[in-house]
Design a protein around this ligand. Structure first.
Ligand code: FES
Length: 154
């Protein structure tokens, strides 16, 4: 099936011919679908006349770029020291169990949630901590996880 690159074309047009625009261009392109698919990267490479290897170098270097689709809600589990010693592993296990993630899967089947580990979230006194999108939840127990997920399941 031919992919419609209309919106991507508009973004590319705004940047074409300018220098040092690859990162902002890729960020805007990512905003269209939440990630950068292979066809999108190939298209950008062709239209911007930038070698694919250079583009892959950029998107794999910067952690803000995503090469696979992500869930509607991003759950960040803090694995910093304070959280680690406060049973962050138990919190992560409860998340995996409640989200029914299997075999290292990080995104739920229904694309509602993506689970990731991060270093210190900067609120160690609340350990163990998770963030769901931009909301922080601290002093957690595994038992609190279903109620938190419930808030975001609609
Ligand atoms: S170690 Fe988790 S918030 Fe700092």
């Amino acid at each position: 099936m031919e992919q419609d690159f209309g919106k991507l074309d508009a973004i590319i047009s705004a940047y074409r011919g300018k220098k040092g625009v690859l990162i902002p261009l890729l960020q805007e392109a990512q905003n269209l679908e939440g990630y950068l698919s292979r066809p999108v990267l190939k298209y950008i490479s062709e239209k911007m006349n930038v070698p694919a290897a250079e583009i892959y170098g950029v998107v794999t270097f910067y952690s803000m770029f995503r090469l696979v689709p992500q869930g509607k809600h991003i759950i960040r589990v803090c694995k910093g020291t304070a959280c680690h010693v406060s049973d962050a592993d138990g919190i992560k296990e409860a998340l995996i169990e409640n989200l029914k993630l299997e075999g290292g899967q990080v995104t739920t089947q229904d694309m509602q949630f993506t689970l990731m580990e991060v270093a210190c979230l900067g609120c160690c006194s609340l350990a163990p901590v998770i963030m769901v999108d931009d909301q922080t939840f601290g002093k957690l127990t595994p038992q609190a996880i279903p109620g938190i997920l419930e808030k975001f399941s609609f």
